[in-house]
Each structure stands twice: as structure tokens, then as C-alpha cells.
Design a binder for this molecule. Structure first.
Ligand code: PMP
Length: 330
């Protein structure tokens, strides 16, 4: 089974599980699995784009490294190397016949049905690794990329690094993200921005955040309860190559209202402009000039229309013809 349609969504017919491809319908767990009760999972969100040179996964190695880092923090020993996980991903996409998709690797504590363990102690439970893929459109809506979105500052505080390390992309962190997202949606906003426990700007429920002020890019530092976003890093590198100064520093809530431009970054959100915060218009209330320039360069890189900054190799092509496919300047 190459692909499968569920409602209006195209999904890969196979799921990679602990080294083999199984049918989508067989990728099931027991309700008493440790992860269901105690949130013991780490995961990734990765995009494969249908580029001008064929389907390619964006920054696959960096995503798989972050997955392994998350697993290490939570003492989840699993048997696959970064390269094996990368190869598993390209194999899954090849068999799925999807030319672009969102990829979801997840490592979690399951249940040994022959020797069940139901307590908080995670150690008796097996650790399983899965990778699934499906076709997913623009996370915050198609026109969001052009017109921007309306957001609020959340009344919920971002998790602190000494309770739930934001550095790990753990499933349980997303209970905090869900509180932020639900509050925003019910208040009529598209997304919420969380402050950290000291009151400084942290990030969105599933995105990093950038301000543009006086031509400079400003973003919270990696130490400040944020996920080390791979899109964040990509934008920083693209900006530096364009000669735009990037400052990683603490940001007060009020600075959000006074920014010239504001945008979110994330694998799902890509680069999404923000046009208002707490119903206060940001800048001109439209996508700003620097945001548009960064979007333009970012989309060229992910579509293999220009090389990644500073000679980096950010695309893993699914159908390797043997020819070196690194995007070259045209
Ligand atoms: N912060 C959070 C909380 C996220 O869930 C995400 C999405 N993975 C990001 C930031 C952005 O990270 P990335 O650019 O690596 O997708």
C-alpha cells in the first residue's frame, strides 16, 4: 500500500516501527502504555518539500539530532543511530509516493504486555521508535504567510527549564502549549505568545518568535525556555548572510507592541508574519519588508532555488540519482 486517503488527508500507507515498515492500520499501542498516562514521548516535526530538483527533506540531520538529544535528556535508550533514522525517513517517503509531506518521528515508552508495569517509574517499559508521514498544508492558513496573523500574549507561563526542559521536544511539554493555543483560539486569536517565569518573551505554542527593530532581528536566546528551533537557526543564518544584524536577548512584553515587524518561525508555521498582538497593531499591520525578504530567501532555499547560506547542505533528496543535487546559484 503506497498511500492512503483518510477524509481529505493523504497519508503514507506505511509507518516505520523499530526498523521495519508496517501498515498504517497496524501502528497501534495499548491504552495502558506508559506514554498515555505519563506523557513519556519525544518527537520531531519535519517537512519534505517538492523542490525544483525533486522531493527533499529540509534539515533532516539536524531534526534527527534534536530527536536523539530529547531522548537522551529523558534517558530513553533506543537502538537507532542518527543516520539510520535519516535513512528510515527517506525510505518511508519513497514508499509512500508522497512528493511533499510532514514527517513525525516519535520515541516513547510503551507496554511490555508479557511483563506489564503501570507506575510512574519509566524504566521497566520498552522504548519504541516510529516514523509516520502525511500531506499537511500551511499550519496557520494559506493567507497567513502573506497577511499575517493576530495573536495574544498568553496568561499561561512557558515551562521553566528546570521543570520541563524546553530544550527537549517532549510530548508532555505540549500540555503547556495546548493551554496557550486553546486560550488564544477561544479569545479569537490565531496563536498565543508565552512569557517565561521571569516575565520575558519566550515563544509561541509551536513557534519561535522574532522582532524586527531598526533593521535588526531580535529573538529570545536559546537559554530562555525556548525550543532550539531549526527554522529559527535557518532564519538567523539567512539573515547573517544578507548582512542583517541578529541579536539574541531578553525581550519585554511591551516591546512586542512597539516592534517594526514581528514574525513566528517553525517547521509547520515556516515564517509567519504577526500583524497584531493583544489587538495592538504591529508596525504597518501588514507583512514587513524584512519579513518578506527573509521569507523569499527561505522559500528559495527550501525549494532548492538557491544554496543554503555559507555553503551548508540543508536538503536530503528522496530519489538520489547519484548526481550531486545540492542547489547551486542560478
Ligand atoms: N517552539 C516550539 C514549542 C515548537 O513546538 C516548535 C515546532 N517544532 C518550534 C518552536 C519551532 O521549531 P522548528 O523550527 O525546529 O520546527
Amino acid at each position: 500500500m503506497a498511500g492512503k486517503d483518510v477524509a481529505t488527508m493523504k497519508i503514507a500507507g506505511k509507518v516505520w516501527k523499530n526498523g521495519e515498515l508496517i501498515d498504517w492500520d497496524d501502528a497501534r499501542i495499548h491504552v495502558m502504555s506508559h506514554v498515555v498516562h505519563y506523557g513519556s514521548s519525544v518527537f520531531e516535526g519535519i517537512r519534505c518539500y517538492n523542490t525544483t530538483k525533486g522531493s527533499a527533506v529540509f534539515r533532516l540531520t539536524e531534526h534527527m539530532q534534536r530527536l536523539l538529544n530529547s531522548a537522551k535528556i529523558y534517558r530513553m535508550d533506543q537502538n537507532f543511530s542518527r543516520q539510520e533514522l535519516c535513512d528510515a525517513t527517506t525510505e518511508l517517503i519513497r514508499t509512500s509516493e508522497l512528493d511533499e509531506c510532514y514527517i513525525r518521528p516519535v520515541i516513547f515508552r510503551s507496554l511490555d504486555e508479557a511483563k506489564p508495569a503501570f507506575g510512574v517509574n519509566p524504566f521497566p517499559n520498552p522504548v519504541d521508535t516510529y516514523i509516520a508521514a502525511w500531506q499537511w498544508g500551511k499550519y496557520l492558513g494559506e493567507e497567513a504567510l502573506e497577511n499575517g496573523i493576530d495573536v495574544c500574549v498568553s496568561s499561561w507561563t512557558r515551562i521553566t527549564s528546570n521543570s520541563m526542559p524546553a530544550m527537549a521536544k517532549a510530548g508532555a511539554n505540549y500540555m503547556n502549549s495546548q493551554l496557550i493555543k486553546m486560550e488564544a483560539l477561544l479569545g479569537g486569536f490565531s496563536e498565543g505568545i508565552a512569557l517565561d517565569d521571569r516575565g520575558y518573551v519566550s515563544e509561541g505554542s509551536g513557534e519561535n518568535l522574532f522582532l524586527v527593530n531598526g533593521g535588526k532581528l531580535i529573538t529570545p536566546p536559546l537559554g530562555a525556555s525556548i525550543l532550539p528551533g531549526i527554522t529559527r537557526d535557518s532564519v538567523i543564518q539567512i539573515a547573517r548572510e544578507l548582512g542583517i544584524e541578529v541579536v539574541e536577548t531578553t525581550i519585554q512584553r511591551a516591546a512586542l507592541y512597539l516592534a517594526d515587524e514581528l514574525f513566528f518561525t517553525g517547521t509547520a508555521a515556516e515564517i509567519t508574519p504577526i500583524r497584531s498582538v493583544d489587538r495592538i497593531t504591529v508596525g504597518s499591520g501588514k507583512r514587513g519588508e524584512i519579513t518578506a525578504k527573509l521569507q523569499e530567501e527561505f522559500f528559495k532555499v527550501i525549494m532548492a532555488e538557491r544554496p543554503a547560506p555559507f555553503g551548508a547542505d540543508w536538503l536530503t533528496f528522496i530519489h538520489d540519482t547519484g548526481e550531486k543535487k545540492t542547489a547551486s546559484a542560478s
